[in-house]
Design a protein around this ligand. Sequence first.
Ligand code: ATP
Length: 260
Amino acid sequence: MEAAEASAGDAKTSSPGASGGETLIEVENLTKFYRDFHAVKGASFKLGRGEVVGFLGPNGAGKSTTMRMLVGALPATSGRARVCGFDVHEDDIEVKRRIGYLPEIPPVYFDLTVMDQLKFGASLKGLKGAEARASIEKSIDRCQLQEHVYRLVGQLSKGFRQRVGLAQALLGKPEVLILDEPTVGLDPKQIQYVRALIQELATEHTVLLSTHILQEVTMVAQRVIMIRRGEIVIDDTLADLHKKHDGKSIEEIFLAKVEE
Ligand code: ATP
């Protein structure tokens, strides 16, 4: 049995999600103060199994802060987050097994080869022996890194480093992928490649994808959560958003919300 199949069965809860299915991500009133700056103001949302949700917001809106709290990388000032029913702080090991997180800057070491980086990533996920080797091979395949396996990460272009970060996030076939602006700073060809890869991944994982590029949301997601100045201002499917706003484009709706 694959790790993801094994872990899918032993999630702690299976409450109904926003999509009516099992809830894999549950964010409840998450709040973050950086000293006296209120960066995230009581964010709440749920993602059901299989959902692909675009997390949209202008620069500085609070996307990365929310995601970092959601994966347990940053303590929240208040509120809580659960992944597959596990609290991100109380059950952090269970959460890490089920989550693939690609932060804005991929967590890679420039002086490791791609292979050693992925071996290191696999060990952090608790993968060992044959299971680790199979998972690394699959990730390399998936992200088309075959020709770069023995190159140093530091010698790769930014786009390929991003792919190494993605490959690392995919190790252990996590049920949930949290991708923080995965195409930022890439050239058009790499953007196209990474978007196509995300579209492919979206068929197998529950994905929360942050971006400030509207086109990216409409390409891969069925639902959008929009954050502005730390507050969630929209949480709806793209189809319902169009209906509720007289057929306006997502771009028009987004710009109107940002300017409100
Ligand atoms: P971007 O799209 O530019 O990455 P974002 O939506 O991800 O933006 P965050 O990075 O979450 O936004 O930042 C939200 C706010 O919190 C910003 O005003 C930012 O300057 C501030 N901020 C982020 N990290 C810190 C920190 N460590 N200390 C103080 N303020 C911070």
